[in-house]
Design a protein around this ligand. Structure first.
Ligand SMILES: Nc1nc2c(ncn2[C@@H]2O[C@H](COP(=O)(O)OP(=O)(O)O)[C@@H](O)[C@H]2O)c(=O)[nH]1
Ligand SMILES: [Mg+2]
Length: 305
């Protein structure tokens, strides 16, 4: 099965929840006040966030007045267009720096280490030489986990002694990548410290230190967000964005999310493109984020199926 069909499979599970109900709502009935109320409720339930939901609703109402639509099925394709318009087209990834240094950040359990494994498999498959830095040094298990992936994928992992300075590990990893002539170095970071207060300061330090190891680095900072955590993840995401200059989001666990509207909320709240979507725990369960395919996947037109 291709990753795309697995993705669709994951998304169709998503569509059974709020988005599936939207597809049913926008059937053949007439547009009434109740249609608007129900649509707004379902969009919020789908995790779009109140602001995105009401701005979509306003736009659809405007179209309805302008076009004189009477039946709710007219809203279906208009809604799809509105959803598509709210997703940022992901940029072509810049790998022009050798090595390209990517810092991977996010809260504990969001899927950073797994995502790094997935990206390693993907980039190695494109012929790139990868090196990994295990800078989540506060949990021994986190370092082991990255090392296990490194062994499995045949990718070198630079790690330090337990509880060693994350900045030092990141520095060594970048220097090793330069010495080994690697194309890409990905640095795994901590998502929680013993005192949570210091996390952003620690990350800023890692960020600065990486720049000392290689001028201009890091070239990318990717924030890993768990699609199942909903709106409360956005506040944390904002702190990461401010602390370390995040330039892209990776949305994980879409396979276990019943909602998926997070994708829209992220873009509205953070203004960052989603680069990849995680749809499972295996290295191949990652796909570049395609906004059109995503919208088609969550809002399946019953007439087409
Ligand atoms: N279903 C599913 N599980 C995932 C996905 N990405 C990560 N996980 C799981 O989420 C858990 C936490 O992942 P991990 O990479 O250790 O998170 P970290 O603490 O941010 O490094 C692990 O059990 C992973 O297997 C995904 O896309 N889908
Ligand atoms: Mg980890």
């Amino acid at each position: 099965m291709s990753i795309f069909s697995r993705w669709q499979e994951g998304l169709s599970r998503t569509s059974k929840a709020a988005f599936g109900q939207i597809a049913s709502l926008l059937g053949t009935s007439e547009i009434t006040d109740e249609t608007w109320d129900d649509l707004e409720t379902l969009l919020i339930q789908a995790d779009l966030g109140i602001e995105s939901a009401s701005s979509i609703l306003d736009e659809l109402k405007r179209c309805t007045r302008a076009e004189g639509w009477i039946r709710s099925e007219a809203l279906f394709s208009a809604l799809k267009a509105e959803l598509r318009a709210r997703l940022i087209r992901p940029p072509t990834l810049d790998f022009s720096h050798k090595p390209t240094v990517i810092l991977v950040v996010g809260v504990n359990g969001s899927g950073k280490t797994t995502t790094i494994a997935k990206l390693s498999a993907r980039f190695a498959g494109e012929g790139k030489k990868i090196l990994l830095g295990a800078a989540d040094t506060f949990r021994a298990a986190a370092v082991d986990q990255l090392q296990v992936w490194g062994d499995r994928l045949n990718v070198e992992v630079v790690a330090g002694a337990p509880e060693s300075d994350p900045g030092a590990v990141a520095f060594n990893a970048v220097q090793a990548a330069v010495a080994r002539n690697a194309d890409v170095v990905m640095v795994d970071t901590a998502g929680r410290l013993h005192t949570r207060f210091n996390l952003m300061e620690e990350l800023k330090k890692v960020y600065r230190v990486v720049g000392k190891a290689l001028t201009g680095a890091p070239h990318h900072v990717w924030l890993v967000l768990d699609a199942t955590t909903g709106q409360n993840a956005l506040q944390q995401a904002r702190s990461f964005k401010e602390a370390v200059n995040v330039d892209g989001v990776i949305l994980t666990k879409l396979d276990s999310s019943a909602r998926g509207g997070m994708a829209f909320a992220i873009q509205r709240e953070l203004g960052l493109p989603i680069l990849f979507a995680g749809l499972g725990e295996k290295p191949q369960d990652l796909t570049p984020f395609d906004p059109d395919a995503f919208v088609d996947g969550i809002l399946i037109d019953r007439k087409e199926t």
